[in-house]
Write a protein that binds this ligand. Structure first.
Ligand code: 2P0
Length: 361
């Protein structure tokens, strides 16, 4: 379980009466994937991701101090301006998990107002951006109550709390590249929170582009939490966790040296391995759609014909993230418009790129 007592806020008698905090936090796309966890929200292997820039959640947290601390958490939730009772249980269990570290939660009534910049149910992971945005707002209040917290402790604790909401959310607080999960060759890495990739990144990866093709916007048949669970007792799990650890070392070297061919190999292999784990679990399931495979084949053809360094990765869904250097932007956009848009639902895609993480609005 680990001792995380450093993240327990001291109860302070000074509490602001009421106010409001707004922040934005982005989604992120894993290059080495997190798939498999143990209690509580700890990863079976380290992961590394690009923080995104455009796809994000904007959250406003209104808080009002109660006369007396209440028995339950008191909060109302609005999504894109409408009450959203469906999301309440997830927030309730998030509050439960973090109350040990944020003891003032029951001293306030909250109104949480949240919206995403990406299309509703686009299949883009909203738990990463949503949970990290809420954690970021709560930490702003924590900072007002406990002003002695240092900037470094503040960032770490925000990622720590985000992780307790959703594992991948821990990687959205900072950017452009973050690592979550302990690895002996990544200095200061931890299972409890994500850190900024602690080495110099080669300029080849500056402003790296991610165009997300919305291949299928339907509800997933299998949630990520069920998918993570299916890694327990999975016939290939221990080899998979070992491979992810090796891929972290490979990717660390690649990011430092600028080896774009190495990048393509690790990133595409990780994406296909993630889906291979889903296809070989019991029960087995397939989240890719025929158009996902058509896009992958087109990308391979384009790379062969042009020598481009474009590659793809996948999240737990059918959408395809197309990653490429900034210098190839014009050519790749022409290719996407002429060859790939036909595979997108309603022709929709999102032009994103790597970004810097959560911020106050
Ligand atoms: C990742 N995914 O590394 C992997 C790859 C999806 C595919 O983390 O149960 O929403 O909230 O910790 O973070 C999605 O799972 O799962 C995910 P929980 P999460 O980005």
């Amino acid at each position: 379980m680990g001792d995380y007592s450093q993240f327990v806020s001291k109860i302070s008698s000074v509490k602001p009466d009421k106010g409001s905090i707004s922040c934005s936090s982005p989604s992120n796309i894993a290059l080495v994937k997190y798939w498999g966890k143990r209690p509580v929200q700890l990863p079976e292997n380290p992961s590394i991701s690009f923080t995104l820039d455009i796809c994000k959640t904007e959250t406003t947290l209104q808080y009002e101090k109660l006369e007396n601390a209440s028995e339950d958490f008191q909060f109302e939730l609005f999504f894109e301006g409408e009450p959203k009772p469906d999301f309440k249980p997830k927030i309730q269990s998030f509050f439960q998990r973090i109350s040990e570290y944020i003891p003032f939660l029951k001293h306030y009534k909250f109104i949480i107002d949240t919206s995403n910049t990406f299309p509703h149910s686009s299949g883009i992971a909203s738990s990463a951006s949503g949970m990290s945005a809420l954690a970021y707002c709560l930490m702003q209040l924590d900072k007002q109550i406990n002003p002695t917290i240092t900037e470094e402790e503040y960032i770490q604790k925000t990622s720590f709390l985000s992780r307790l909401g959703s594992g991948s959310a821990s990687r959205s607080i900072e950017g452009p590249i973050t690592v979550w999960g302990k690895h002996k060759e990544v200095a200061e890495s931890s299972d409890a929170y994500a850190i900024k990739f602690p080495y110099d990144v080669h300029p080849n990866f500056t402003n790296y582009q991610d165009t997300i093709l919305l291949v299928d916007k339907g509800e997933k048949q299998v949630s990520s939490s069920v998918g993570h669970d299916l890694m327990h007792g999975h016939p290939f799990s221990s080899e998979r966790f070992k491979q992810a650890n090796e891929n972290i070392i490979r990717l660390k070297d690649i990011l430092m040296s600028g080896d774009l061919d190495g990048f393509i190999e690790v990133v595409e292999s990780e994406a296909l391995t993630l889906h291979a784990m889903m296809m070989t679990s019991l029960p087995y399931f397939v989240l890719m759609k025929p158009n996902t495979l058509s896009v992958i084949n087109k990308i391979w053809e384009y790379r062969k014909e042009t020598g481009s360094k474009i590659c793809f990765t996948l999240d737990a869904g059918a959408n395809v993230h197309i990653l490429y250097p900034d210098s190839e932007k014009d050519g790749v956009m022409d290719f996407i418009k002429s060859e790939l848009v036909v595979y997108c639902q309603k022709g929709q895609y999102i032009c994103d790129k790597i970004g810097l993480g959560a911020k106050l609005l």
